[in-house]
Structures are given as structure tokens and as C-alpha cells.
Design a protein around this ligand. Structure first.
Ligand code: GLN
Length: 249
């Protein structure tokens, strides 16, 4: 079994250690004896999304988003087809914004999104910064068993306020701002595509979420094979500690 992971625009979209998410996926496979191939794709490089099991796009500043939007736009049709075929994808912050209709920056100009998903983003007057805890919605069920957790924790830093059209959120905000600081929603879920404002890195802090992505990718390619259980007791303890701390503040 060889799981193929594509890191999109690692040179442009890598705020706050987003790259750690790739390391977490790779390590969790390695510990289970699953081979992983990681390919980094940036501006102008050839890629067919149907060849990949997991695609990751991190966050970036407005500047980087405007540098890459045309390149991403040129790939939109190919990406949409793979998404419809069940591609597993994780989009963080700026990466989330690029999947939607547009991102309107503070000066009123619009960076076009690739319009695969029904969401749009408008920069607000204040940055939404801080630690976040969300309660996962059903669409992002992380499975059964001892290590199933109902929460995600992370860190957000964005001026963009995102609004979902017909999309389901990834979860409900327990602490922090989430998509826009108003409607209590955080991120989105569409088929096997997940978006969130949680940087962090997200996956080391939320190993149950990492495994949900891996399980979906493996199931899509090889059918249900199940994931061997790892000893996540330290990660879970750290996760619970921060959940409890955030709930108290
Ligand atoms: N440029 C976007 C914003 O500030 C995204 C930032 C990010 O990816 N952290 O809203």
C-alpha cells in the first residue's frame, strides 16, 4: 500500500507550521507500516489530482494568495473532478478561502477563488486571532473507539470572515472566532474535502482528525482496511488539557 500525498504550494502557503500536518500524516503512516510518497507542487508544475490520495493546502498571506490564484484557477476543473471522485483534501485558512468564490481584501479588491465550493470571504476590520476549540459536526465523524474525540483544537489568525452558502461547517465554535466571529461556525466539510481556520499545526494536536483523513483516503483506494491503533495517550492528554483550559477562559 502506497499512500500518495500532495502538498500544494508549500513555498507560498506555509504559515505557523502548516507543514507539520504533512509530517504528522507521514509519521502516522510510517508507524503503521504504510508507505507514503510526498510530492510538493508549486506554480507551473504538472499535476493530475486523480493520482493523489490526500491533497493539502495550507494558509498564506493575502499577497501569496494573489500570487497563486491564477495557477490554482488553471487546475480547478481537474481538482473538481477528483473531489467528486472522493479525493481527500485538507485546506487551512488561506487555502480554505481559495476554494470558494472570492476573498475580498481590506482595500476592497477581490482575489478570485476557484469557485469549487459555496463559500466567500470578506476581510473584516479586526484580525481574528487566538486559540480555538471546536466541537466537530457529524459530517467530520472521527470514528469509533477509545480515541474518538468530539473536539478540535488549534490556533487561528485571519482577517478574512468566511460565510458558507449551502456547505456544512466542520464544527461549532466552543472558544475562538471560527469562520467569521459571528455565526458560531468553523470550517467546512464537502464530500472528503475539509477546510478550517485552525493552523497550529492542526494534525499533531488532533491525531483523531489525522486518522479520519487517512482512513477515508485508504478506504477510497483500497476499501475498508482499518487503521491499526497507535498509542496516542500523550497527544490525547495534551488535547484534553487545552480543551479544558479553553473552556474555562
Ligand atoms: N490572508 C488571509 C486572511 O488574513 C489568510 C490568512 C491565513 O492563512 N492565516 O484572512
Amino acid at each position: 500500500m502506497l499512500l500518495k500525498i500532495c502538498h500544494l504550494y508549500p513555498d507560498l502557503l506555509d504559515l505557523y507550521g502548516d507543514r507539520g500536518n504533512i509530517i504528522a500524516l507521514e509519521r502516522r503512516c510510517y508507524w503503521r507500516g504504510i508507505d507514503v510518497e510526498i510530492t510538493r507542487i508549486t506554480l507551473g508544475e504538472q499535476l493530475n489530482f486523480k493520482d493523489w490520495d490526500i491533497v493539502f493546502m495550507g494558509g498564506g498571506s493575502d499577497r501569496e494568495q494573489s500570487i497563486l490564484f491564477q495557477d490554482l484557477h488553471d487546475r480547478a476543473e481537474n481538482l473538481a473532478a477528483a473531489i467528486n471522485d472522493g479525493l481527500v483534501m485538507l485546506n487551512i485558512c488561506g487555502g480554505l478561502q481559495m476554494m470558494g468564490k472570492y476573498y475580498q481584501t481590506a482595500d476592497g479588491s477581490k482575489i478570485p477563488g476557484i469557485e469549487i465550493l459555496d463559500l466567500w470571504t470578506v476581510a473584516g476590520a479586526k484580525r481574528l486571532i487566538g486559540n480555538v476549540c471546536i466541537e466537530l459536526g457529524e459530517a467530520a465523524d472521527t470514528g469509533e473507539g477509545e480515541f474518538k474525540l468530539p473536539t478540535l483544537v488549534g490556533f487561528e489568525n485571519h482577517s478574512g470572515q468566511t460565510f458558507l452558502g449551502g456547505l456544512k461547517p466542520l464544527g461549532k465554535v466552543v472558544k475562538g472566532f471560527g469562520n467569521n466571529g459571528n455565526d458560531g461556525m468553523e470550517g467546512f466539510v464537502y464530500k472528503n474535502v475539509f477546510g478550517t481556520y485552525l493552523h497550529g499545526p492542526l494534525l499533531p494536536k488532533n491525531p483523531h482528525f489525522a486518522d479520519m483523513l487517512l482512513a477515508r483516503a485508504i478506504e477510497r483506494r483500497w476499501g475498508t482496511v482499518g487503521l491499526a491503533k497507535l498509542d496516542d495517550s500523550l497527544e490525547i492528554e495534551a488535547h484534553q488539557y487545552i480543551v479544558n483550559r479553553l473552556k474555562q477562559t
